[in-house]
Design a protein around this ligand. Structure first.
Ligand code: GLU
Length: 297
């Protein structure tokens, strides 16, 4: 049984960049007779925008992206995250960290995702310092996995990322932990998402191993980048989607995903556009690259 998902963060309206991930994950699931679930990643409450969840769900419906089952909301899942942390803590896999962001930046080498944590608090807190965040040990975390689109990915998490935060200094559970706990709880077998998360995947696989959870298959699609090479996102002011011409917008998303779309598809009804997409979807056409320049979706 195939079960995929789309997991947007409600930090603003759906934009072209996130629609691409929704369309790709939906088509992969539906063309394999699978289910497609939606999870709202409203974990980072200070970054959530009021009304964004409703807006995103409405937008998915307007594009005909009908999900299976109930929508999961991370804001209701604290107990599950806490239980996962308790399990790791009981096996001495976690430690408290007193370091501030500034201290880490000053003392660390730059890794693939910010400064590599050098392990200052790994063997106990310095005197007179209190723990702020909680980190997980990564000694021995040499991760190799076969991404369906990007090929073989290898990462030495300990040296390329360092022991990473699973419970943040501001009291929030970290994305890396929540996503692993939730993908397992929802029984996700296949994750199709933007390649901006490729470097996070080894951290997630490490947590799956420590928590004895199954590792889903991963397929990371290229993300749309603007002319400055930045990912299309709410932060880089990607325009909200045009829901009034959904077939045309869907056609743009399919084209971005390298599908051999006939020019007339943009003028079809949305139903016809989906029928074409389901009949002709070819994941193999998607390039094994992390970003594709896209100025005007
Ligand atoms: N919530 C994340 C985002 O909107 C996606 C997480 C994921 O797909 O694992 O970028």
């Amino acid at each position: 049984m195939y079960r995929g998902r789309f997991a947007p963060s409600p930090t603003g309206p759906l934009h072209f960049g996130s629609l691409i991930a929704a369309v790709a994950s939906y088509l992969e699931a539906k063309t394999q007779g699978g289910e497609w679930l939606v999870r709202i990643e409203d974990l980072d409450t200070p970054r959530c925008v009021p009304g964004a969840t409703e807006n995103i769900l409405c937008c998915l419906e307007a594009f005909g992206l009908q999900w299976d089952g109930a929508v999961m909301h991370q804001s209701t899942r604290n107990e599950a995250y806490r239980a996962a942390l308790d399990q790791l803590r009981a096996r001495n896999l976690l430690y408290g960290c007193a370091c501030t962001r500034r201290e880490i930046a000053d003392s660390a080498v730059l890794g693939i995702d910010g400064p590599v944590y050098s392990g200052t608090c790994r063997n106990g807190l310095p005197q007179d310092r209190a723990a702020r965040a909680t980190r997980v040990h990564t000694a021995g975390a040499h991760i190799t996995f076969n991404d369906v689109i990007q090929g073989t990915i290898t990462q030495d998490v300990e040296h390329e990322v360092g022991d990473f935060v699973v419970h943040r200094a501001d009291g929030l559970f970290a994305y890396q932990l929540a996503v692993v706990v939730d993908d397992a709880a929802q029984g996700i077998t296949d994750i199709v998402r933007g390649a901006d998360l490729l470097d996070s995947t080894p951290r997630q696989i490490w947590l799956q191993r420590l928590l004895k959870l199954a590792t889903p298959r991963y397929a990371h699609i290229p993300v749309a980048v603007n002319r400055r090479g930045e990912k299309w996102s709410k932060q880089t002011d990607a325009p909200a989607l045009d829901v009034k011409r959904p077939a045309a917008t869907l056609t743009g998303a399919l084209r971005f995903l390298a599908q051999d779309v006939p020019a007339s598809l943009a003028h079809e009804t949305l139903d016809n556009a989906w029928t074409w997409a389901k009949q002709h979807w070819q994941r193999r056409r998607i390039a094994a690259t992390r970003g594709i320049r896209c100025d005007e979706p």
